[in-house]
Design a protein around this ligand. Structure first.
Ligand code: ZN
Length: 228
């Protein structure tokens, strides 16, 4: 009986510890969400900058005094460089979403490194900031990405709530999905680059005040992970 009790308490401790430690794959840290007792959550925006949607989202974030994390695509940083600089100047965190948004699982190791480094260098040349967080396009990765992330000193950031805004999901369904599923430590996936109309700004206008009312704090991914 006592042994069983000890065993179950040891198992509980091990599982609690495992929950605290980010998942490690091939030496790279891969984070989907963060264990925290605080009501901290991170809004993340992929694929931008976009000439219309990004400024609209920046305005909403500014209205509520919120900092988010933008996983930018190198090519879009080149094309919409002034918008990228606005994003950075507003104090948002910049993450690396590769140079040309290829599926990294299908690329050889050298090409994976090139995709990451090309985007990193472009951001550095523009604002003298070195990206340290990597979000693989479509969340697709394999051994080569893990090896490259470890080698290039990146933490791989996935997500725990997918808003499906990229599929032009109606904003009321995005709102419902987020509000019903969110918890402290979540990393929420949005996109600031969507071709055509975007449901994201309208959804944010409901989601942000609702979660603030519930006592949530919006933080950048680095703040969520206590990286700075
Ligand atoms: Zn993407």
């Amino acid at each position: 009986m006592r042994v069983n009790k000890l065993l179950s308490s040891a198992l509980y401790t091990v599982s609690a510890l495992l929950f605290l430690i980010p998942q490690r794959v091939c030496g790279a840290e891969v984070v989907y969400s963060w264990h925290t007792n605080d009501k901290n959550i991170a809004l993340t925006f992929d694929d931008g900058p976009h000439p219309v949607h990004t400024p609209e989202i920046l305005d909403i974030l500014e209205e509520y005094g919120i900092k988010a994390t933008f996983f930018t695509i190198g090519q879009n940083v080149e094309w919409y460089n002034d918008i990228f600089q606005m994003e950075y100047a507003a104090g948002h965190e910049i993450g690396n979403h590769t140079y040309s948004h290829l599926n990294l699982r299908q690329l050889p190791y050298r090409a994976v490194c090139r995709e990451i480094e090309q985007a990193e260098n472009l951001v550095y040349e523009t604002v003298e900031y070195r990206t340290r967080l990597l979000r693989p396009p479509e969340g697709a990765f394999g051994n080569d990405l893990c090896k490259a992330a470890a080698e290039l000193d990146y933490t791989v950031i996935c997500w725990s709530v997918d808003t499906l805004d990229w599929a032009h999901t109606p904003s009321d369904r995005i709102v419902q999905n987020v509000l019903e599923n969110v918890k402290g430590g979540d990393i929420i996936l949005f996109h600031d680059y969507i071709s055509g109309d975007s449901p994201t700004p309208e959804a944010l206008r409901t989601i942000i005040p609702a979660l603030l009312d519930e006592g949530y704090h919006f933080v950048t991914v680095s703040e969520l992970l206590n990286l700075k």
